[in-house]
Every structure is written in structure tokens, then in C-alpha cells.
Design a protein around this ligand. Structure first.
Ligand SMILES: C[C@@](CO)(OP(=O)(O)O)[C@H](O)COP(=O)(O)OP(=O)(O)OC[C@H]1O[C@@H](n2ccc(N)nc2=O)[C@H](O)[C@@H]1O
Ligand SMILES: Nc1ncnc2c1ncn2[C@@H]1O[C@H](COP(=O)(O)OP(=O)(O)O)[C@@H](O)[C@H]1O
Length: 293
């Protein structure tokens, strides 16, 4: 290794999420428009005798670095599947910039970044479909996080259709710092057979097209999450009223709320207002990642 390889793990945002079916195995089929923000955890690796993980950064506290961490699980799963691909052990350093259990896929993004890191160090090519299968076994969101660009996700997240175009937009993310377990939110969901997403316009290049499409969509997990953590509803209402906000909605199973904006200036202004309103909340602004970046 010439220099320590580094992989970023961008925040995932479900712009729309419809729950369409409760399956026999208890999981739920979803249809979701998923995008990613230029706001990320980071994983760095140094050659070492054995694999290890240390966690630093603003959200490192309370997150175990043992074998249940999704980074350790991803590395172990990769080594079990391709035992001779990466000869050296790796001392991994995870910088945790994203809040945990927040609906923005932090753990899933970290697992995907760890898999990409292993692929980058592999002595032989790794087939994409097999990597995607392995990712799905680590978590429903991990295959989407391997792509980290706008996509439509179906099934429990294993059926992915990357979008070839997407308008340049900015997000504000607000998290009330109340962790919300995905399983608890699904358990509270009343209707399991909601209608699917409308067809996405193609090409999707203008913010106004996306705005019209989003107005026809929802996040079906938002009502049960608001029941569990009512402040989520207050953040959605408040963010929706900031200047230039195209849409405010919860991402994934929460508790992070996103606001969509046409310009970086509007997003940063809204972020500042949200911070002033409640300094205890985690607030960030960033551009969305476009296809092919
Ligand atoms: C809801 C979503 C939307 O993107 O995001 P997050 O809120 O987690 O970010 C994902 O589908 C979450 O994916 P992920 O976080 O990988 O979930 P997993 O660990 O696989 O599942 C946690 C638990 O949630 C429930 N679960 C999850 C996904 C799904 N499609 N149906 C479910 O019923 C199951 O009870 C499962 O045991
Ligand atoms: N590297 C990691 N980062 C975040 N959470 C992790 C990680 N490894 C394991 N976890 C566990 O995964 C759970 C889901 O975390 P996360 O993926 O951040 O949530 P969400 O998918 O709702 O955004 C947390 O309860 C946490 O304990």
C-alpha cells in the first residue's frame, strides 16, 4: 500500500418511501427513491498483523468497535467469502460523523464503505453481483450504500435501479438526537399494503419535475415514527416553513428529517435557523451526490 486507502460512507436519504407489503418472514417490501449527501463517515486502513477497528469522531461515543460493529462484520464477511483476496491484516479507523440509528444509514454506509475498501485492496477482481449479495446479508440498506448515487430501491432494498440523471439539489438534515430503532418503527406501522411509487419521470433533470413527483409520494414510516418521537413532526413543520424548502420529510425509519433546497445558500440559511431554534439538535447542510460522481 502506497498511502492508507480511505473510503467515504455518505449519508443515505429516502426522499420517498412506500411500504407495499408485509412479507411472511416479517420484513416489509418497500419502494424508495434513495439519494446520498456529500456528508459522510470515513474509513481509513493501515496494514497490520491482524484486523482491528478504532472509532473516532463526533458520534464515536457509545458505538462498540467489537465484532458486532457493521464495519467489522463487513470485513469478516468479505474475508470468509474471498479468503485469499486481501493478504495483509488491516487496522481500520472509522471517523463517525453521522449520528447512529438515525435513518440515514450510517451503519449501512459504513459496511458498504468497508466492502469497497476490501475490494480496493483485493489481489483479484471481485464480481459486483456477488459483492451485492454479500452486502444484502449485512443489512437491507447496504447494497444501495454500495452505489451511493440516486437510485430506486425495491424489495427490502436488494432490487436497485440507479438513476441516470438527477437535478443538483441541497439538503438540510436535522436530527433531534433521539435514536430510533428501525424494527420499533416497523412494528408500529398500521397499514402494510400502501400504493407503490408513481413512475419517475425520465429524464429527471429539473428540480420542479422532482418536486411535482415528490408531492405524490410519502414516507409511510413517518406517522409511526412521529408517534414514538413527536418532535420529529415539529421539525418537519418547522423546516418546511424555511425559505426555499421544496419538501421537508423524515428519512428512512427516522429520526432524521431532511429539507430539500435548490441552492446551497438557501440550505445553509435554513440550517442556521434550525440550529438557532434548537441548539441541542444535530443540523447539517450538504449537496446531494449526482449520478456518476
Ligand atoms: C428503513 C430503511 C429504509 O432505507 O432505512 P433506515 O431507517 O434503517 O436507515 C431500511 O429499509 C432499513 O434497512 P436496515 O437498517 O439495513 O435494516 P435491517 O438492519 O436489515 O433491519 C432492521 C429491522 O427492521 C425491520 N425491517 C427492515 C427492513 C425492511 N424492509 N422491513 C423490515 O421489517 C425488521 O424488523 C428488521 O429486523
Ligand atoms: N458502524 C456503525 N455505525 C452505526 N451504527 C452501527 C455501526 N455498526 C453497528 N451499528 C448498529 O446498527 C444500528 C443501526 O444504525 P444505523 O445504520 O446508523 O441506523 P439507520 O439505518 O437507522 O440509519 C445501531 O443501533 C448501531 O448500534
Amino acid at each position: 500500500m502506497v498511502e492508507p486507502p480511505i473510503q467515504i460512507a455518505p449519508a443515505k436519504i429516502n426522499l420517498a418511501l412506500h411500504v407495499t407489503r408485509r412479507r411472511e418472514d416479517g420484513f416489509h417490501d418497500l419502494e424508495s427513491l434513495v439519494v446520498f449527501a456529500a456528508l459522510a463517515d470515513e474509513i481509513e486502513a493501515m496494514p497490520a498483523a491482524t484486523d482491528s477497528l478504532t472509532i473516532v469522531g463526533p458520534f464515536a461515543r457509545g458505538l462498540g468497535a467489537g465484532e458486532t460493529n457493521l464495519v467489522s462484520r463487513a470485513v469478516a464477511a468479505f474475508r470468509a467469502r474471498w479468503p485469499d483476496a486481501v493478504a495483509t491484516g488491516l487496522a481500520l479507523r472509522l471517523t463517525k460523523n453521522l449520528p447512529v440509528a438515525a435513518g440515514i444509514g450510517g451503519g449501512s454506509a459504513d459496511a458498504a464503505a468497508a466492502l469497497r475498501l476490501m475490494v480496493s485492496q483485493s489481489r483479484h477482481p471481485i464480481a459486483v453481483p456477488e459483492l451485492s449479495d454479500l452486502a444484502a446479508r449485512l443489512g437491507a440498506d447496504v447494497p444501495a450504500c454500495l452505489i451511493s448515487a440516486p437510485l430506486l430501491a425495491r424489495g427490502i432494498g436488494e432490487l436497485l435501479q440507479p438513476l441516470t440523471d438527477f437535478p443538483q439539489l441541497h439538503v438540510v438534515l436535522v436530527n433531534p438526537m433521539v435514536p430510533l430503532a428501525t424494527a420499533d418503527v416497523f412494528r408500529r406501522l398500521r397499514a402494510h399494503d400502501n400504493y407503490p411509487l408513481p413512475a419517475v419521470p425520465a429524464p429527471l433533470t429539473r428540480p420542479v419535475q422532482l418536486g411535482i413527483w415528490l408531492a405524490e409520494t410519502r414516507n409511510d414510516l413517518q406517522p409511526p415514527a412521529v408517534k414514538l418521537v413527536p418532535v420529529i413532526g415539529e421539525i418537519v413543520d418547522h423546516l418546511a416553513q424555511t425559505q426555499g424548502c421544496m419538501l421537508a420529510r423524515m428519512s428512512g425509519s427516522g429520526a432524521t428529517v431532511f429539507g430539500l433546497f435548490g441552492s446551497s445558500g438557501q440550505a445553509h440559511q435554513a440550517a442556521q435557523l434550525m440550529r438557532q431554534h434548537n441548539p441541542e439538535h444535530w443540523v447539517a447542510a450538504a449537496p446531494l451526490l449526482l449520478p456518476g460522481t
